[in-house]
Ligand binder design. Structure first.
Ligand SMILES: Nc1ncnc2c1ncn2[C@@H]1O[C@H](COP(=O)(O)OP(=O)(O)OP(=O)(O)O)[C@@H](O)[C@H]1O
Ligand SMILES: [Mg+2]
Length: 338
C-alpha cells in the first residue's frame, strides 16, 4: 500500500509563508504531478512529505498513519532529485546497493534487488562502471535505481529529468511511465515540463504561491480550468487572454465578464474574413505546426497555432476567428464563468 494524505500543511521560513494550507489525497498506485511557477513551494512540499523538513502545522498521513514522528528513513519513501549525487568512487552496482547495505540488508538480497532494478532500467551492462563513465541519462537511471531497490511505498521525484537533453528526457519519461505501470507504485512527480505533466500524470496539482489552484486529470485541467492562473499555466503556447472591455461590441463581451480566454489551437485564420483583423507580427515554423503572432486592433496581440505549415509573412493582413464553443469567460476575480 502507498496512500498519502496531506491535511492543511503550512510552512513558514521566518516571516515568509511558503505553504499556506495544502490538502491533498493520493491514492495507492497513483502518479500525481505537481506543477507551478518557480518558488511556489513544490520542493518544500516534497521535502515535508519525505520528512526532510518539518511542516509548521498540518499533518502528513502515510497509509493512514500520521507520519510526523516517523524519521525519513522509516517512512518507506524514496526521493529522486534533480541532481543525482552519485558517489564517484563507487560502481553503479555499489551506488544502487549502498542504502540497503547501510540498512544491514543481507548481501544476497541486495544482489537480487540491484539485479532486478538494473534489468528494469537497462543498466545491466554498466553495473561495474563508475558514474564518470556514464552519460547523464545513465546516471539519472542509476539515481532512479537507487530509489527502486528500496522498494518504497511512495516515490518522490523532484524534476528528475531537467538536467537531461531533449531526446533523453523523452526516453527517460517513457521509462518512468513504464516503471509506474509495472510497479503500480504511488509516485509524486514535480516538473516544469508541460509534456511531462500532461503525459505522466493521473492527476495534476497546480500550485501557485503556496496554495493549490486546482487538482484534476490532465485533460480536465486543459478543458475545464477553474481560473485564469490554471488556464494560462496548462497548455503551450499559453491561452490568449483578451480584456472583455475591448470586445464590447463583439458577441464575446458580456456583463460581468472581465476576460475572454481562447487557446492558440482554437483559432482559425483566413485572409478574407473573420472576427478579428490583424497584421502578422511573427511566424514560427515548428515543422508539425505553425505559430502565428497576430497584432489585432480588437483583441491585441494573439497567438494562433495552426496544424501543419502555414505560409505567410510578417506584415500580412489576416483575420482570426476563435471557436466560440472553446472560449472561456472569466470574472473580475479571475474565476471561470459558466
Ligand atoms: N530553507 C529555507 N529557508 C528560507 N526560505 C526557503 C528555504 N527553502 C525554501 N525557501 C523559500 O521557499 C520558497 C519555495 O521554495 P521551493 O524550493 O519549495 O520552490 P519550488 O516550487 O520548488 O521552486 P523551483 O521550481 O524553482 O524548484 C522559495 O521562495 C524559497 O526561497
Ligand atoms: Mg524545486
Amino acid at each position: 500500500m502507498g496512500t498519502l494524505k496531506l491535511e492543511n500543511i503550512r510552512k513558514s521560513f521566518g516571516s515568509v509563508d511558503v505553504l499556506k494550507g495544502i490538502d491533498l489525497d493520493v491514492k495507492d498506485g497513483e502518479l500525481v504531478v505537481f506543477v507551478g511557477p518557480s518558488g511556489c513551494g513544490k520542493s518544500t512540499l516534497l521535502r515535508i512529505i519525505a520528512g526532510l523538513e518539518d511542516a509548521t502545522s498540518g499533518e502528513v498521513l502515510i497509509d493512514g498513519e500520521a507520519a510526523g514522528h516517523i524519521p525519513p528513513a522509516k517512512r518507506g519513501i524514496a526521493m529522486v532529485f534533480q541532481t543525482y549525487a552519485l558517489y564517484p568512487h563507487l560502481t553503479v552496482r555499489d551506488n544502487m546497493g549502498l542504502g540497503l547495505k547501510q540498512a544491514k540488508m543481507p548481501a544476497d538480497e541486495i544482489t537480487t534487488r540491484v539485479g532486478k532494478a538494473s534489468a528494469m532500467l537497462s543498466l545491466d551492462d554498466y553495473l561495474a562502471r563508475r558514474p564518470a563513465e556514464l552519460s547523464g541519462g545513465q546516471r539519472q537511471r542509476v539515481a532512479i535505481g537507487r530509489a527502486l531497490v528500496r522498494e518504497p511505498k511512495l516515490f518522490l521525484f523532484d524534476e528528475p529529468l531537467s538536467n537531461l537533453d531533449a531526446a533523453l528526457r523523452v526516453n527517460t519519461r517513457l521509462e518512468i511511465a513504464r516503471l509506474h505501470r509495472e510497479l503500480s507504485a504511488t509516485m509524486i512527480y514535480v516538473t516544469h515540463d508541460q509534456v511531462e505533466a500532461m503525459t505522466l500524470a493521473d492527476k495534476i496539482v497546480v500550485l501557485n504561491n503556496g496554495r493549490i489552484e486546482q487538482i484534476g486529470a490532465p485533460m480536465e485541467l486543459y478543458n475545464s480550468p477553474a481560473n485564469l492562473f490554471v488556464a494560462g499555466f496548462i497548455g503551450s503556447p499559453k491561452m490568449n487572454f483578451v480584456d472583455a472591455a475591448r470586445l464590447k461590441h463583439d458577441r464575446f463581451g458580456q456583463d460581468g465578464v472581465k476576460t475572454i480566454g481562447v487557446r492558440p489551437e482554437h483559432i482559425t485564420v483566413d485572409p478574407k474574413a473573420g472576427t478579428w483583423q490583424g497584421s502578422v507580427m511573427h511566424v514560427e515554423h515548428l515543422g508539425a505546426d505553425t505559430n502565428l503572432y497576430l497584432d489585432s486592433k480588437e483583441a491585441g496581440l494573439i497567438t494562433i497555432r495552426i496544424f501543419g505549415e502555414y505560409r505567410t509573412e510578417p506584415g500580412a493582413l489576416l483575420y482570426a476567428t476563435p471557436d466560440p464553443a472553446k472560449t472561456y469567460r472569466f470574472d473580475a476575480a479571475g474565476q471561470v464563468m459558466a
